[in-house]
Ligand binder design. Structure first.
Ligand SMILES: Nc1ncnc2c1ncn2[C@@H]1O[C@H](COP(=O)(O)OP(=O)(O)OP(=O)(O)O)[C@@H](O)[C@H]1O
Ligand SMILES: [Mg+2]
Length: 301
């Protein structure tokens, strides 16, 4: 997933103009920058996600907590004159997927605040807090206790899905590390049904390389709870060799289909007139506004 200040508009304009071989569909990136859109795309593709309600404070949504200990959250969408409700335990996720301050609210009270790992800590419990955050927009998702207290992280490369489990950060907030200091991760074998869910997830985003989190809930409940964009696995020889093979075959297949690649024999400064004439074509109007051919080498980098 790209994050600001990466110049995505400029890169998309470059791709439209030069049509390089793309492993992932970059045009999907803007749809992966909001957890609501990510969920909607998953839902449309038939990927199971936990039930959720959205709070959009920019749109004037009003939030109330009802019942003893504020266990029921009611969201009033004033414009649409509609109300949505969800009961604890639930997970409060900022709409921006780059914001990792995810909070879990327990029935009767208590909030577990998750954050980006700092040394050996991944979350902290406030046992008395009952109220949700009062600023910002969020997705509120049903909380499911994960099987074996673990998150399942899936790394897709085409139709190859590699999965690892790690202790879920809300269990005790302590990061388990091996003697070399790396977070402990255990390879996971995905079932046929899980693989089917994984395939649907990569198709939903049209991504060849994609990382996402699968929640193994009670019984046979399975959900995709987070999509992370381009992700690769570190420190697994098995993954590295299969990933390399699948990626290489895919790129060769794309090249065989005929890609319009920049000619490496033409120096960048000699290419600018060709680029300018292409940029002036009517269909490239937006492209010519965004993409300055003199900066081509920067864009390629
Ligand atoms: N619906 C849920 N039920 C149970 N646990 C959940 C749920 N959603 C999230 N979690 C837990 O919270 C953690 C963080 O949630 P999520 O992965 O959505 O946020 P994130 O900060 O974007 O994560 P990442 O660090 O992978 O980018 C998950 O790893 C999982 O342990
Ligand atoms: Mg996650």
């Amino acid at each position: 997933m790209y994050s600001p200040p990466f110049p995505l508009d400029k890169v998309l304009a470059y791709c439209d103009l030069r049509r390089p071989v793309l492993v992932n569909n970059l045009h999907m990136q803007p749809h992966m920058m909001d957890r609501r859109q990510i969920r909607n795309l998953l839902d449309q593709a038939g990927v199971p996600t936990p039930d959720a309600v959205f709070v959009d404070r920019d749109d004037g949504d009003v939030v109330e907590q009802r019942g003893e200990n504020g266990d029921t959250l009611v969201v009033k969408n004033i414009k649409r004159k509609k109300e949505f409700a969800i009961s604890k335990p639930f997970v409060e996720k900022p709409v921006n997927p780059e914001d990792h301050n995810v909070y879990i609210y327990y029935k009767g009270g208590g909030v577990r605040q998750l954050f980006r790992k700092t040394k050996n800590e991944s979350s902290r419990l406030d046992p008395s807090e009952k109220k949700v955050r009062t600023t910002g927009s969020y997705v509120y998702e049903e909380f499911y206790q994960p099987a074996e207290c673990a998150d399942v992280k899936v790394y897709a490369v085409g139709d190859f899905f590699y999965a690892q489990s790690r202790k879920a950060p809300h269990i005790d907030g302590v990061v388990d590390r091996d003697p070399t200091g790396r977070e402990v991760r255990v390879p996971v074998v995905l079932s046929g049904r899980e693989l089917e869910i994984c395939r649907k997830a990569t198709t939903a985003f049209d991504q060849f390389v994609l990382g996402f989190d699968l929640l193994r809930g009670p019984g046979d409940k399975r959900f995709v709870i987070d999509v992370n964009g381009w992700s690769l696995v570190k420190n697994s020889d098995e993954y590295a060799s299969r990933c390399g093979k699948v990626l290489a075959e895919h790129i060769v297949a794309l090249l065989e289909k005929g890609a319009d690649l920049p000619d490496p024999n033409i120096p960048t400064h000699n290419r600018s007139s060709r680029l300018q004439s292409a940029a002036q074509q009517p269909s490239s109007k937006q492209t010519s506004e965004l993409f300055d051919p003199s900066q081509e080498s920067t864009c390629v980098a």
